[in-house]
Structures are given as C-alpha cells and as structure tokens.
Design a protein around this ligand. Structure first.
Ligand code: ADE
Length: 238
C-alpha cells in the first residue's frame, strides 16, 4: 500500500515513521509512506500556500493551487484522496478496514481556518475527522488514520496479535487484561483467568466486554448484534 501525505510539516512525521510498528511495516514493504512537502509547491519566491478569506473574517485559508500542484506532482495515481478536517465524517474502525484495502491513498493535511472549498470539490474523495475537537492541523489526524490502517494490513502485527479481539472490532469494548504479578497492592488477578478453563475464561471475557460497553459506551450496544446469552448477562447486571 502506498500512502502519500501532503503536509506543511513533514518533520512531524519523523518520529512516527521511525516508530516500531510503522517502521517494521515499512521494512516489510507492507506500506510505503511518501511525504510531500506542500511548502515546495507554494506560490512565488516566498512559497505562499495561504491567503485571507473572501468575505472577510479572521485567519487564513489554504489556497487551491499549491495543493493541486502537489497532487499533480505525485508519481502515478494519488488513489483515494482524503482531507483531514474537523468537519469531516468521524473516522471509525470500519473506515480503517475499508482504507486498508486501497492500493494508494493520499491524505491532505488541512491547516489554518480551513482549506479553499474547491480543493474538496475538485480533488477530495472523502473528508475525515478524528473526533469532535479542533486541533491546530491535520498532521496528528493523518498519523492517527495511518496508524489505524497500517496495523491491520495483513502481516504487519505479529502472529500472536489477535485484532479480532480489539475494542471496536466486535462492536464491543475489550475486556480487561492482566499479566504478572498475580497480586499487586492488594489487587488480585481474577481467579477465572488462572483456572485454565478456556470455556469459562471466554465466558468471563464476553461478560466483561459487555459490562464495559454498557457502562462506558451504551451507544455502541445499540448498534451491535447480541446473543440471547449476552442479553441475559446484561439483565443480571441490572
Ligand atoms: N484538523 C483539526 N482538527 C481536526 C480533527 N479533529 N480531525 C481531523 N482534522 C482536524
């Protein structure tokens, strides 16, 4: 998979690209992340990429031409083009699975007060937001999206990582996890996990997932299909 990132701050991606799982995915040729420095497509000797908004109001707006030129400079196809913006559709695990099947994606990192609307009208397939808050730019959202997509490309995570158990994969939050020591500051690991009884362990994990989801994200329960046993567990829990 090739991921192009059009950004005013390519240096922000250095630590991310060098980090363990992403750099391993790059080494394994599972993904190729190509940074495009938007500044180098800026206009005039000062490489200007923004301007004041028509109609007045504060702040600056990213101009369309540098972004268009950056897209034209991409070797081969830009593939599926995404703009990161707080007004975009909220990025979910299902989007990560969908995007992980693309051959090529290009993420344009938005900035300032916004991006000239013609960028979306002419070049963008999808606008994505990572949550209902406003960040200073689209780089952190781009990294969040890339991270969620790359970790699920087959072969990227070790064989022992079971993504089907992730929170959000099944429509439920993940059950609690424990490792050594068996007791810490008076808190013991639940005995069922030490029992070796896999059927009971599965049952306990399902119950804890259901409870965590009901307590923290009841909105998720409405969208997931529950078994009769799940409904009994939730009823018992009140
Ligand atoms: N740019 C600024 N805030 C953002 C957000 N929450 N999601 C995506 N892009 C953004």
């Amino acid at each position: 998979m090739v991921i192009h990132v059009i950004t005013l701050f390519p240096s922000m991606f250095k630590g991310f690209i060098d980090s363990s799982i992403i750099s391993r995915a790059i080494d394994k040729d599972a993904v190729d992340i190509r940074l495009v420095d938007l500044r180098s497509f800026g206009m005039g000797p000062h490489r200007i990429v923004d301007d004041t908004p028509f109609g007045g109001g504060g702040g600056m707006v990213m101009r369309v031409e540098p972004i268009h030129n950056a897209l034209k400079g991409i070797e081969g196809s830009a593939g599926h083009v995404i703009l990161t913006t707080p007004r975009g559709k909220i990025f979910k695990q299902d989007d990560a699975f969908r995007l992980s099947k693309e051959d090529t994606i290009t993420i344009i990192c938005g900035h300032y007060e916004g991006v000239d609307e013609r960028v979306s009208e002419l070049f963008v397939d999808e606008e994505l937001s990572i949550g209902d808050y406003v960040l200073t730019g689209g780089e952190i959202p781009a990294m969040a999206i890339i991270d969620a997509v790359v970790r699920i490309i087959p072969g990227v995570l070790g064989k022992n990582t079971i993504i089907t158990g992730d929170s959000h994969y099944t429509g439920l939050l993940e059950h609690p996890q424990y490792t050594r020591p068996r007791e810490y500051m008076g808190k013991a690991v639940p005995s069922v996990l030490l029992s070796g009884n896999h059927k009971e362990i599965q049952k306990w994990r399902r119950m804890m997932s259901l409870k965590a989801t009901m307590d923290r994200r009841p909105d998720m329960l409405e969208k997931t299909s529950l078994t009769e046993e799940d409904i009994l567990i939730l009823k018992e829990d009140g």
